[in-house]
Design a protein. Structure first.
Length: 138
């Protein structure tokens, strides 16, 4: 399989195998105007298998959403087919408008303009809770 290099854009690399689709959906990549390549289950010397997402445009991406799905992924910024910056993603302490609270009695269900805010309460188990009602995400 051959996936061409990109001129200017972003490569989300070192995604745990099978997690690229979740990142694709959280970032809303189906609605972007640029080419998007999602490569899944690629052989990796460090990880065994990994996923990669290539965006053929320098568009803003929500790093918190990527960190929520896969802390440890990397973002490579490409300009003129050259790597200009590499950034390792960490698990965010707070998530704003990445997830939606599932509690029907939460104030965020009633007040539509209120931000959906979740805070990291257990980093080991990757648990985020709604800031308003303490309902766990997922």
């Amino acid at each position: 399989m051959k996936i061409d290099s990109i001129q200017n854009g972003i490569v989300i690399d070192h995604i745990q195998a099978g997690r690229a689709m979740e990142i694709y959906e959280l970032l809303g990549l189906k609605d972007v105007e640029c080419s998007v390549a999602m490569i899944m289950n690629v052989t990796s010397g460090k990880m065994g298998k990994k996923d990669i997402i290539k965006l053929d445009a320098d568009i803003p991406v929500n790093l918190d959403a990527i960190g929520y799905v896969d802390p440890g992924a990397t973002i490579n910024y490409i300009k003129d087919e050259q790597l200009v910056k590499k950034q390792r993603i960490e698990m965010p302490k707070m998530l704003t408008n990445v997830l939606r609270c599932k509690n029907p009695r939460c104030i965020t269900s009633i007040e539509q303009e209120l931000d959906q805010v979740f805070k990291l309460t257990d980093a080991e188990r990757h648990i985020y809770r709604c800031l308003y009602c303490e309902t766990a995400a997922k």
